[in-house]
Design a protein. Structure first.
Length: 221
C-alpha cells in the first residue's frame, strides 16, 4: 500500500510540475525588464497537498526545466526564478501544514506574497547589478517605482489563482483516486465565495499591471 501511495504521489507531482511548466510557457506578464508567469499557483498546490519541501523541490525542478529549454536570462535568471517560486510555495506550505483549513490556505497565500516580495527585493539588490551590469544604487532606486509593486502584484496574482484552482483541482484528484479523501459538496460550497473574491482580486491585479505599471500580457512569448 505504501508503494502504491508513493506512486500516486509521484504521479500527481509530475503532472502538476508539467502543468506549471505549461503555465510558464503559455502565459506571461512583462513589466519593464521584468517578467513573471502563473506557475507558482500550480506549484503551491503541490505544497498544500504534500508539504513545503515538495513545493520547494518542485519549484527548483520546474525552474531548471525552464532554464534548459526556453530561458534567455542565464544562470542569474535561474536563481531568481527558482528563489521566487521556492519562497512562495514554502511559506504557503508551512502555514497550511499547521492549519489545514481554507483559512490556513488563505493565510498561507497572504504570508507568501509578503515573504516572496521581501526576499526578491533583497535578491534584486545583489543579483540584478550582476545581471544587468548596473550599479547597486541604480537598482535600489527602482524599488519604490518598479521592483516593489512588481513583486507584490506578482504575488497577489499567483495567490489569487491558487485560491481559485486549489479546491477544484484537489477535488478532481480525489475523484480519480490520485489523492486521499473524498470530494465533499459542503467544502465546494464554502469555497465558492472565496473563489469569487479571488477572481475579483485577480482582475484588479491584472488591471494594475496593464494600466498602472504599463505592463504587457503575453501568450506563448
Amino acid at each position: 500500500m505504501s508503494s502504491k501511495n508513493n506512486l500516486k504521489k509521484i504521479s500527481v507531482i509530475a503532472m502538476l510540475c508539467a502543468l506549471a511548466y505549461i503555465c510558464m510557457f503559455v502565459f506571461k506578464f512583462k513589466v519593464g525588464f521584468l517578467t513573471f508567469d502563473l506557475k507558482d499557483a500550480v506549484l503551491t498546490v503541490i505544497a498544500f497537498l504534500y508539504g513545503p519541501i515538495y513545493g520547494v523541490v518542485s519549484s527548483v525542478l520546474v525552474a531548471l526545466l525552464e532554464f534548459v529549454t526556453v530561458s534567455d536570462t542565464g544562470v542569474y535568471g535561474l536563481i531568481m526564478n527558482a528563489l521566487s517560486s521556492a519562497v512562495f510555495t514554502f511559506v504557503c506550505g508551512v502555514v497550511y501544514k499547521y492549519r489545514r483549513t481554507l483559512l490556513g490556505a488563505i493565510l498561507g497565500s497572504i504570508s507568501a506574497v509578503f515573504a516572496m516580495t521581501a526576499v526578491m527585493l533583497v535578491a534584486n539588490i545583489f543579483i540584478t547589478p550582476l545581471y544587468m551590469g548596473v550599479a547597486r544604487d541604480d537598482v535600489a532606486a527602482m524599488i519604490p517605482s518598479l521592483l516593489l509593486p512588481f513583486n507584490l502584484i506578482k504575488g497577489v496574482v499567483n495567490a489569487a489563482i491558487t485560491m481559485i484552482i486549489y479546491k477544484p483541482l484537489t477535488s478532481a484528484l480525489k475523484k480519480v483516486g490520485l489523492s486521499s479523501g473524498s470530494a465533499k459538496k459542503t467544502e465546494i460550497k464554502k469555497f465558492i465565495p472565496i473563489a469569487i473574491g479571488a477572481l475579483v482580486l485577480l482582475v484588479i491585479a491584472v488591471l494594475v499591471i496593464l494600466y498602472m505599471l504599463n505592463g504587457e500580457f503575453q501568450m506563448f512569448g
